[in-house]
Design a protein. Structure first.
Length: 317
């Protein structure tokens, strides 16, 4: 609120607030000596500050007798108003302190597994480059990521839809091709002699880690074979290792499959046209700063949909 033209600005707002604190002590104690001890100042200092306050407010606040002091009508009015003003000031200072601390805190982002292969690292790098804010990252499966955001332990998390998160906001920021992962080299030759790839056992990861994606993958698998899972491995790396050993086949995102094939004897086979695709999404809480969320989602979409339909996946759900 600005100062009206017929009012003189207070020379020192911080000084006025300090004097109001002193006045509240005097009004409570009605004794300058006790009030001075309570405020941690000398009695002459406190007496001088009360006179300054009266001058600032243009009203006598204290009736000073030879043995005691009392509140005037103006003093009693200020006794009612000063605590409310001071409490409001304390609340404002605390909010400012919290906002300053929040601005220094890194934005906490959680990748879904194999974030690099799914371009999540590039998405966060794009956000970092365009925004002067620190970012901390970790990774986890979709179910854990959703729970971290719910608990306030992460600001944004990448997930693999569909997920049960009606209490959170979500935006799809990219999609990836689903492919078949087959054994390569000698393992492939040995298996080919025994039975065709379509009859090899199906190896997956635990459904509990990302149930929505798990079911979606099996829906795609049904188009070419029975989706019965022979067994589950704890993560993508172990799934790939089992496939490379010739134990079976699996289905996963092309980026992850190609990344795994760099260090294991594997073959990556497309599933034909139209190529099946799975989504990558970001979730965040409803109380998240909407402007920050908008900037984060936009950065992710620029990478996730680069050369592939621009912003078609950037709608917030």
């Amino acid at each position: 609120m600005g100062v009206r033209g017929d009012e003189e600005p207070l020379l020192s707002l911080s000084g006025l607030l300090r004097r109001l604190e002193y006045f509240v002590a005097v009004a409570d104690e009605l004794h300058l000596g006790r009030a001075a001890r309570r405020c941690g100042v000398s009695q002459p200092t406190l007496s001088h500050q009360m006179k300054v306050l009266e001058k600032e407010l243009g009203a006598e606040l204290l009736s000073r007798g030879s043995r005691r002091i009392a509140l005037t009508a103006s003093g009693k009015a200020l006794q009612e108003e000063a605590p409310r003003l001071l409490q409001c000031t304390y609340s404002i200072k605390e909010r400012i302190r919290q906002a300053a601390a929040e601005s220094r805190r890194p934005i906490r982002v959680v990748f879904s597994r194999s974030g690099h292969a799914l371009r999540q690292r590039e998405m966060v790098a794009e956000f970092r480059e365009r925004n002067a804010v620190p970012v901390s990252v970790e990774s986890g499966w979709s179910e854990r990521n959703v729970n971290l955001v719910r608990a306030g332990q992460a600001d944004f998390a990448f997930v693999r839809p569909p997920v049960e998160a009606d209490d959170l906001r979500m935006s799809v920021v990219g999609d990836v091709e689903l492919v078949k992962l087959l054994p390569g080299g000698g393992a492939a030759d040995r298996m080919a002699e025994e039975r065709p790839a379509e009859e090899l056992p199906l190896i997956m990861w635990p459904r509990s880690l990302a149930p929505g994606l798990y079911d979606k993958v099996l829906d795609f698998v049904r188009q070419e074979r029975s989706p019965q899972v022979a067994w589950e491995e704890p993560d993508y790396i172990n799934v790939a290792a089992a496939v490379a050993s010739g134990a079976g086949v699996s289905y996963m995102d092309r980026g992850i499959a190609e990344w795994m094939s760099l260090s294991a004897d594997l073959r990556v086979r497309p599933l034909g046209l139209p190529e099946p695709r799975t989504d990558i999404a970001v979730v965040w809480r409803y109380d998240q700063d909407p402007e920050l969320a908008s900037r984060f989602v936009a950065a992710c979409c620029r990478i996730g949909y680069a050369g592939n339909g621009a912003d078609r996946g950037c709608l917030v759900r």
